[in-house]
Design a binder for this molecule. Structure first.
Ligand SMILES: [Zn+2]
Length: 80
């Protein structure tokens, strides 16, 4: 599954490349992660048992983006 988001993403902390914010399944269907640049974003747990899968997907996508931004901010801060 591939989903798009409107949320702003921080650039790649390694090369400064722009990240589109596409969220895909991680190593298994239980995980979601942002398609990154030099590497993909951190994986976040997706609730595969949620009654409302559409809402769960939105929530997982949101957390995947937050995870990417958190790591990117930390990485950028470490280099500054
Ligand atoms: Zn990069």
């Amino acid at each position: 599954m591939t989903t798009q988001t409107d949320r702003e993403l921080l650039p790649c902390p390694w090369c400064g490349g722009k990240v589109k914010g596409t969220v895909v399944e991680g190593s298994t269907f239980r995980w979601r992660c942002v398609v990154g640049c030099c590497t993909d974003g951190p994986e976040v747990r997706h609730d595969t048992l949620a009654n409302d899968q559409a809402a769960a997907e939105i929530d997982s996508r949101d957390r995947a983006i937050t995870a990417w931004n958190t790591r990117a901010a930390a990485a950028l801060g470490a280099e500054a």
